[in-house]
Ligand binder design. Structure first.
Ligand SMILES: Cc1cc2nc3c(=O)[nH]c(=O)nc-3n(C[C@H](O)[C@H](O)[C@H](O)COP(=O)(O)OP(=O)(O)OC[C@H]3O[C@@H](n4cnc5c(N)ncnc54)[C@H](O)[C@@H]3O)c2cc1C
Length: 391
């Protein structure tokens, strides 16, 4: 039984994952409180927003790819409903994704990935360099191969987050701008609420842990509910093509340039996101000269016209990594605690599916076993059976 003043659910973290969960729960009429000192200022702030289930798929990540493909299907309805409820755009752009190879070594790498993706039944085709040049006249002179993923689209994570905050306001979800410092527990061990850094306590029937890579810190005293997230630093640039009518790019362009991967994500308003580094480093938020140089070097090898564009932003944030690159979504080994973190490179893509799974778990009491089951880690791991790629 929850105390009378208690929320139904307290969500720790209000990035894209926590905000999407809080919104979906509030739509069911639940009393939800969201706790975050800086909503939206984590990985969500840096993310490029590629919904790249196919273009992200890689060797050893079949479960993740199946999950991403399922999650991508949820995006159009999620965006439409969020836009209707918030009155704001999500920047969803059904644009497709071109991936190019810079030299013959990169082409061999691209073909290996193409074979793998075909084996997995993914929607991807090899196209000629001439066709790639036709659809993307900005491509530079040195392109050795190309593939096209027609259903890999994009959304703008900052717009999505702003829309979620507006929807939370509509649903009267209280956002407490404090850092969670601990979990309250009943004598029987059940999690019963959250303590914040002002000393306030927020009792709740269920607590959802969605604090990105920092989620691990909240369960340090609960070894049976291990949440082994870690920061994986990403640096990303934003350029502005709005004053350059000759610079027209209407789909995502990714590439391998001498084995290094690079991407350009063009927004409808002319913003071009160029990313990203992937560094086993803490979330120090420091942009380094070397990273800016390397990103621009590889991006302009694909699209030389970038040279003319104003560089308007350089950002560093950390992705919530997990040991097997799969997210942790579902019940923990401790009653009252649900986990939704570890979304690593795909948290924007996975947000609608994660919110749906957590909402089903809290409202119906259970969800089908999935490869994302957080209990695969911890003291007594529960073996999980992937089921049809859903979270
Ligand atoms: C450079 C870069 C590019 C990316 N590109 C893509 C992409 O193209 N497509 C894609 O799908 N994904 C992408 N990602 C990954 C995606 O951004 C993440 O997976 C996603 O944002 C994770 O969302 P989250 O809400 O779990 O974490 P975050 O966005 O990090 O949010 C966590 C929140 O928790 C809060 N918090 C932390 N500690 C506490 C505490 N103690 N108490 C309360 N609150 C706390 C933080 O303030 C923050 O607001 C990218 C990430 C980076 C860094």
């Amino acid at each position: 039984m929850k105390p009378a003043s208690s929320a139904d659910v307290a969500v720790i973290g209000c990035g894209v994952i926590g905000a999407a969960i809080a919104w979906r729960l509030s739509q069911l009429g639940m009393h939800v409180v969201s706790i975050d000192p800086a909503p939206g200022d984590g990985a969500t702030h840096a993310a490029a927003g590629m919904l790249a289930a196919v273009s992200e798929s890689d060797f050893g990540e079949h479960d993740l790819t199946r999950m991403n493909v399922e999650a991508a299907k949820a995006w159009p309805a999620f965006a439409a409903e969020l836009e209707a409820e918030s009155g704001r755009s999500t920047g969803l752009r059904r644009c497709g994704t071109l991936t190019v190879a810079y030299d013959s070594g990169d082409r061999a790498q691209l073909r290996r990935l193409l074979d793998l993706r075909r084996q997995w039944g993914l929607d991807v085709e090899e196209i000629t360099v001439d066709t790639a040049r036709h659809t993307t006249p900005l491509l530079g002179p040195r392109i050795a191969g190309a593939i096209w993923a027609a259903n890999d689209h994009q959304a703008d994570p900052r717009q999505v987050h702003r829309a979620l905050l507006a929807a939370l306001e509509v649903r009267r979800v209280e956002i407490v701008r404090r850092r969670a410092v601990g979990l309250s527990r009943a004598p029987d061990g059940r999690v019963t609420g959250v303590a914040d850094d002002s000393g306030s306590r927020h009792p709740a029937g269920t607590v959802v842990l969605a604090a990105g890579w920092a989620s691990r810190d909240l369960v340090r005293d609960l070894p049976m509910a291990a949440v082994p997230t870690r920061p994986v630093k990403g640096q990303v640039l934003r350029l502005d093509s709005s004053g350059h009518p000759d610079f027209t790019l209407d789909h995502v362009v990714r590439g391998f340039v001498q084995t290094r991967s690079i991407y350009l994500v063009p927004r409808a308003d002319g913003e071009i996101v160029v990313g990203a580094t992937s560094e086993e480093q803490p979330d120090d938020r420091i942009v380094t000269a070397g990273a800016v140089f390397a990103l621009l070097r590889d991006a302009r090898a694909m699209i030389p016209g970038l040279d003319e564009l104003p560089l308007i932003e350089a950002t560093a944030r950390a992705r919530p990594g997990s040991p097997d690159n799969l997210p942790l979504v579902g019940a923990s080994a401790v009653d009252g605690l649900v986990v939704a973190t570890g979304h690593y490179r795909n948290g924007i893509l996975l947000a609608p599916a994660t919110a749906a799974a957590v909402t089903e778990l809290i409202s119906a009491g259970s969800i089908p076993t999935s490869a994302a089951d957080p209990r695969r880690f911890g003291r007594d791991p529960t073996p999980s059976t992937p089921s049809g790629g859903r979270i």
